[in-house]
Ligand binder design. Structure first.
Ligand SMILES: NC(=O)c1ccc[n+]([C@@H]2O[C@H](COP(=O)([O-])OP(=O)(O)OC[C@H]3O[C@@H](n4cnc5c(N)ncnc54)[C@H](OP(=O)(O)O)[C@@H]3O)[C@@H](O)[C@H]2O)c1
Length: 336
C-alpha cells in the first residue's frame, strides 16, 4: 500500500508519529519518502538516533509549524499521503492558553487542508479524539472544529483527486503525558492521585491507533470519521494494576474533564454505521453513492439513539488485563 509512496506526518516526532514511522519503515521498505514535520529540533534530533537517515534513506526530518502555511506548502511538494497528527493535546494547558490551542489545532488544520489542496496529495487522514465528541473543553472543541474542516474539505476539492478522512479514538496507552507513565512515576511515593473514583476512559494501544490510521488511509472514500471499537477501563483499576499497595487519593476532577468520554453521540446515530471492527460516522454530504458504500463495506446502520460511551462500554479492561497490556506494550520488566 505504501511502497513507492511519499508520506508526510505532521507531528511525526510525537507518540503516534513515531509508532507510525516504525510501522511504515518495517512493513513498506520501498516507501519513497517519509517526512517527519514538527517544530522542535531536539525531538527530531532524538528521533533521528532511532531512525537515522543512513539506515532509512526514505526518512526526512523537516522543521516546520502547522501554523505556517508557506512552510507546509513547501513540505507537501511531491507528497502523496498526509497524516495530520500535530496538535496541542493537553486539556488543562489548552484551557489556560486558549488562543494558542486555537492557532495550532484549528489554524493548523486549515493550513494543512490548504496546503493539500495546492499540492498533489491524494489522501489525508487527520487525528481526532474522544474529547471532540460533545466537547466540554477547548481542546475537544478545537479538535471537533478540525474534524469538521477535514470532512468539509471533500466538498471544496473540485476535480482534485484527494480524499480527506478523520480517525477518532480514546486515550492512547502510554502516549506522552498519559496516565500509565504518570502512575508508574508516582508509584514510588506510595500515593496515586485519582481525579474521580467513577472515572472511565477508552483505551487503545499505539499499535491499535496506527492500524486505524493505516486502515483509513487505505479504505476511506472521503468524509468518513472512523471510530475503532475499543475497551474501557476504570481509572481506579489502572491505579490498582500499577500500585496495588499505594493509597488512592481523590484529588477532584480537573478543569474541562469529563467523568466518562464519548466517541459517538445519540445525535450522530443517524449517520453512524457499524463496519464490524469499527464504526464510521458518514458525512451529510458525499460525492459518492451511499448504497454503494453500504454494500461495499457491508455497513450496518446503528439504531437511532445509539451512542458509544466509555462508561457503559460492552468491553472492559480488568486489573489483570491492564497488567498484561502494560507489560506487553510499555514496560517489559513490569511487575507489582
Ligand atoms: N495521545 C492520546 O491519548 C490521543 C488520543 C486521541 C487522539 N489523539 C490525537 O492524536 C494526535 C497525536 O497525538 P500524540 O499523542 O502523538 O501527541 P504528542 O506525542 O503530544 O505529539 C504531538 C506532535 O505534534 C507536534 N506539534 C505540536 N504542535 C505543533 C505545531 N504547531 N506544528 C507542528 N508540529 C507540532 C509535536 O512536535 P513539536 O512540539 O516539536 O512541534 C509532536 O511531534 C493528536 O492530534 C491528538 O489530538 C491523541
Amino acid at each position: 500500500m505504501l511502497n513507492n509512496k511519499s508520506i508526510l506526518i505532521t507531528g511525526g516526532t510525537g507518540s503516534l508519529g513515531k509508532e507510525l514511522t516504525k510501522t511504515i519503515l518495517e512493513n513498506w521498505p520501498d516507501v519513497k519518502r517519509l517526512v517527519i514535520y514538527s517544530r522542535d529540533e531536539q525531538k527530531q534530533f532524538q528521533m533521528a538516533q532511532e531512525f537515522p537517515e543512513s539506515k532509512y534513506p526514505a526518512i526526512r526530518y523537516f522543521i516546520g509549524d502547522v501554523r505556517d502555511l508557506e512552510r507546509l506548502k513547501r513540505a507537501f511538494n511531491d507528497i502523496d499521503y498526509v497524516i495530520h497528527a500535530a496538535a496541542m493535546k493537553h486539556v488543562h494547558i489548552a484551557e489556560y492558553n486558549p488562543d494558542e490551542c486555537v492557532k495550532t489545532n484549528i489554524g493548523g488544520a486549515e493550513n494543512v487542508i490548504k496546503a493539500c489542496l495546492s499540492s498533489n496529495v491524494t489522501r489525508v487522514v487527520a487525528l481526532s479524539t474522544d474529547k471532540a465528541c460533545a466537547p466540554i473543553n477547548l481542546y475537544g472543541a478545537t479538535k471537533l472544529t478540525s474534524d469538521k474542516l477535514f470532512i468539509a474539505a471533500n466538498n471544496i476539492k473540485g476535480k482534485q483527486n484527494i480524499k480527506f478522512s478523520v480517525v477518532r479514538y480514546g486515550n492512547v496507552m502510554g502516549s506522552n503525558g498519559s496516565v500509565i507513565p504518570f502512575f508508574m512515576n508516582k508509584k514510588q511515593e506510595g500515593v496515586l492521585p485519582i481525579t474521580d473514583p467513577n472515572m472511565t476512559r477508552f483505551n487503545i494501544s499505539l499499535k491499535g491507533g496506527v492500524d486505524m490510521v493505516l486502515h483509513a488511509l487505505d479504505e476511506a472514500w472521503g468524509g468518513e470519521l472512523f471510530v475503532p471499537k475499543i475497551p474501557s477501563y476504570k481509572i481506579t483499576d489502572v491505579a490498582e494494576a500499577i500500585g496495588p499497595n499505594c493509597k488512592q487519593e481523590i484529588v477532584g476532577i480537573r478543569p474541562g474533564e469529563k467523568i466518562h468520554e464519548e466517541m459517538i453521540t445519540a445525535s450522530d446515530s443517524f449517520t453512524t454505521y457499524d463496519l464490524g471492527k469499527y464504526y464510521v460516522i458518514l458525512p451529510q454530504v458525499t460525492n459518492w453513492n451511499l448504497d454503494e458504500y453500504i454494500s461495499n463495506f457491508n455497513a450496518k446502520k446503528v439504531p437511532v439513539g445509539f451512542y458509544y460511551n466509555s462508561g457503559d462500554n460492552e468491553e472492559w479492561e480488568t486489573v489483570d488485563s491492564l497488567r498484561g497490556l502494560i507489560k506487553e506494550h510499555l514496560y517489559p520488566d513490569f511487575t507489582v
